[in-house]
Design a protein around this ligand. Structure first.
Ligand code: 13P
Length: 306
C-alpha cells in the first residue's frame, strides 16, 4: 500500500475515534501538515490551550510537546488531556532545573521572575509572571523601571528583550537548539539570496540574527504577516513554512534554513495520533498547588495585557 493510501486510512480511523470518544485535537504550528489536517485547531503554544477551553468536548489530545500539554491541562482542569507522544518534549524547557532557579531566587529575593510560556509547569510554578514570544517586550516594559528581573528559560529571548527595552535581566545560559543554530552569516546569506523578501524570525533566534530581521515575532504573528504579504523568509521551525506553503501555494515563501527542524515535534505522526486515541495512555496531570502557582503567573500576564 502506498504511503498516501495508508495516510488516508489512518485519517479515517482518527476521525472515527475522535467522534466516538468525544475528543478535541489541538496541534502546534510546527507539527507535520497531515496531522494538522485531522486537527480541530492548529495554533501557537498558548492559543492551543486557550482554544480548547471553548471546545465543549471532555477529552483533549495534544499533538505537540509535553510543556504545551501542561498548558492545555492547566487551562482545562476538568477535561482529560492526553499527549499524542509520550516523550515529545522541549529540551529548552528542561535545561535549567527548578533547584538552580530556587538558588538564584534566594540570592535575589525581591526579583520578579518572568517565565516564557514554553517551559515546564514545574519551572513556571516558580515564576511570578508569564510572557509569550508575542508579548515579551510589552510584559517587561510594564514592570517598574527599577525592578530586578529574572528571565527564564530562553536567554536568546532574554537578550532580545534586553536589547529592545534597555533593561538588564538575570538569566541562565539556555536556548532552543533549533533556533540558536542559525548563524548571522547563514541569515545574511539567505537574505542576499532573496533581496526582495522580508525576513521574519522567532525571538528564540540569536540576537545578531534578530537584529537583521525585518520583524521578530511569534509563530502566530508570522502566520498573520504571511497571510497579508508575499515574499517572506520564515525564520522558525520548518513546520510553519510547510503549513503556510500548503495554505498559500502561489505565495513566495521560503524557510530561513531547512535545518530548523525540531526532532520532538516531528515525533508526532498519524500512526501516533491513531494509537494515542485508541490506547489513551499518556494522560497529563498537574499537582494542584503547582497548577495554582502557574495559573497565578499566567493571570498576572493577562492583567498586564488588559
Ligand atoms: P510560539 O509560542 O510562537 O508558537 O513558539 C513556540 C515555540 O516553541 C518556538 O520554538
Amino acid at each position: 500500500m502506498s504511503q498516501e493510501m495508508l495516510n488516508d486510512q489512518l485519517k479515517e480511523v482518527i476521525t472515527d475515534l475522535k467522534k466516538k470518544k468525544n475528543y478535541y485535537i489541538i496541534t502546534h504550528n510546527y507539527v507535520a501538515t497531515d496531522v494538522q489536517e485531522i486537527s480541530d485547531y492548529v495554533g501557537d503554544s498558548l492559543q492551543m490551550a486557550l482554544n480548547a477551553t471553548r471546545c465543549g468536548k471532555d477529552r483533549i489530545l495534544v499533538c505537540s510537546i509535553r510543556i504545551m500539554g501542561e498548558s492545555a491541562k492547566l487551562l482545562n482542569p476538568d477535561k482529560k488531556v492526553f499527549m499524542a507522544h509520550p516523550t515529545a518534549d522541549c529540551q529548552l524547557a528542561n535545561l535549567k532545573n527548578v533547584e538552580e532557579l530556587k538558588a538564584l531566587k534566594q540570592r535575589h529575593p525581591q526579583a520578579e521572575v518572568v517565565c516564557y510560556v514554553n517551559a515546564s509547569a514545574a519551572l513556571r510554578a516558580e515564576s511570578t509572571l508569564t510572557c509569550t514570544s508575542a508579548n515579551c517586550l510589552q510584559i517587561i516594559d510594564a514592570l517598574p523601571k527599577d525592578a530586578e528581573i529574572i528571565f527564564i528559560p530562553d536567554s536568546n529571548i532574554g537578550k532580545w528583550v534586553e536589547y529592545k527595552t534597555g533593561r538588564k535581566l538575570l538569566m541562565f545560559d539556555s536556548y532552543c537548539y533549533v533556533h540558536h543554530q542559525i548563524s548571522l552569516e547563514e541569515a545574511l546569506a539567505t537574505k542576499a539570496q532573496y533581496p526582495e523578501y522580508k525576513l521574519l524570525v522567532h525571538p528564540e533566534c540569536g540576537l545578531e540574527v534578530c537584529k537583521i530581521a525585518d520583524k521578530v515575532c511569534s509563530t502566530s504573528q508570522m502566520i498573520a504577516f504571511a497571510s497579508e504579504n508575499d515574499n517572506v523568509i520564515l525564520g522558525t521551525e520548518t513546520g510553519l513554512y510547510e503549513q503556510l506553503h500548503k495554505r498559500y501555494p502561489a505565495k513566495k515563501l521560503v524557510p530561513l534554513s531547512s535545518r530548523m527542524v525540531c526532532e520532538d515535534m516531528k515525533k508526532i505522526n498519524l500512526e501516533r495520533v491513531a494509537a494515542a486515541l485508541m490506547q489513551e495512555k499518556y494522560e497529563v496531570t498537574l499537582a494542584a498547588d503547582m497548577a495554582e502557582r502557574t495559573l497565578h503567573s499566567l493571570r498576572r500576564m493577562w492583567d498586564i495585557l488588559k
